[in-house]
Design a protein around this ligand. Structure first.
Ligand SMILES: [Zn+2]
Length: 124
């Protein structure tokens, strides 16, 4: 019995240092997350009025396809206001252009990838 315990301890010590591919198959664990994704319910299209700054799944009123909207970010009123504000604060040397690089200050123009029609403009 004592010999058996000693062997078990030895096996535990050896296991982490054993080369990959020997013993337990390492690919068995990696395949499980893929199976979990399949069980997710299919996404339901929302109304174009509920679109935010990220692309959303909608029913296009023009071509009646269920599409994920293509979003183009255009500097809107919020970006211009921040630009003027930064310019007034004296940060004229290129800093006032920062609002045009910040996505959070830009309007999101949602268009249909199928018929290219503009479906909704999300303004800040
Ligand atoms: Zn369309």
């Amino acid at each position: 019995n004592k010999l058996k315990v000693h062997f078990f301890k030895h096996a535990l010590l050896v296991q982490p240092t054993s080369p990959p591919g020997v013993g337990v198959a390492p690919t068995a664990g990696t395949q499980q997350p893929q199976a979990a994704v399949v069980t997710q319910p299919p996404p339901v299209p929302v109304s174009v009025m509920y679109l935010t700054e990220i692309p959303g799944l909608v029913n296009c009123p023009h071509c009646h396809h269920t599409v994920t909207t293509k979003v183009t970010y255009v500097p809107g009123t919020a970006a211009w206001c921040t630009c003027v504000l930064l310019a007034l604060m004296g940060l004229i040397c290129g800093f006032c252009l920062i609002p045009f690089a910040i996505r959070g200050l830009q309007d999101a123009h949602h268009s249909c990838p199928q018929c290219r029609n503009v479906l909704h403009i999300y303004r800040r």
